[in-house]
Design a protein around this ligand. Sequence first.
Ligand code: PMP
Length: 341
Amino acid sequence: MDIDNVMRLVRENIRNLAPYSTARDEYKGGIGVFLDANENPYNNGYNRYPDPRQTTLKELLSQIKGIAPQSMFIGNGSDEAIDLCFRIFCEPRVDNVVTIAPTYGMYRVSAAINDVEVREVQLGEDFSLPTAALLSACDQNTKLMFICSPNNPTGNSFSIEQMRWILEYFDGILVVDEAYIDFSSEASATTLLAEYDNLIVLQTLSKAYGLAALRLGLAFAHPQIMQLFANVKYPYNINLAGMERAAQLLTRDVETQIKNIKSERSRMAQALESMQCVKSVYPSDANFLLVKVDDAKNVYNKLINAEVIVRDRSGVKGCEECLRITIGTPEENDRLLQIMA
Ligand code: PMP
């Protein structure tokens, strides 16, 4: 789908929106006397409004990700980007979105907040992507399809070829949530952005980059889609302290941490598989393992009593008797293994 057809999917009120113009948007000169934004004039480092376009942080991320700043959006977590997808493309009570199940819970919550129907298609027994069933679930009001890869909570990735197939046949926008891509052996769907204008790829600094507390999520898409995100977001969605800290911390070596987390993932999978209470450890491309145990509630409570918190997913269809265990430091992982043994 080309960008002109993508623009036809945008809600009319958003297409016609006159976005809020921030105090600094109109002035392109150097540092002058700023009497335009009703700020406190006494400098403390944070008395001025931050750059609404996050120019400096985008340039830094552009180097790291190899994607142009104009094809990028920075949100207050990728949860903001998920919500913006609904607000930009989905007419409440008219449009719908299609996604997989089980998957990340926020698509459903954002849909409910925006009063948009969600059509969930259950993954295969082995958590495989039901590509044909996903397309069959669509109708003329299906604006978005959310695919999380690697998927939370199942941990597996879907292939670029499967994404390409959906992009070829789907008449809406494919949103690929790659929160866990840095732990994956599969290539990023960002490699498809040059070919498909109906693709939005979400990533985050909350996982591999270790900046969950700063709340910085990313979206990558055609510049015209990113302009819509910029028009609809709150003008100053990213604060200056967060941007400054991110710029400092992004220069650290995360590759070694990712390598360690991946090697701990293999060690944990092996150790867990050998336990009597463990029925299966699903293959994972993320920084967590989905583990089927004999009695999930019992194992969960045993861990809780020892102050080790995991995520009980046993109530989720397709994840019966499953716990989702995040890969921690070697010491933290050992503690969990000790308690479960
Ligand atoms: N997508 C997925 C698949 C996630 O698991 C999470 C966090 N649990 C997010 C998005 C949200 O991440 P953030 O808002 O911290 O960027």
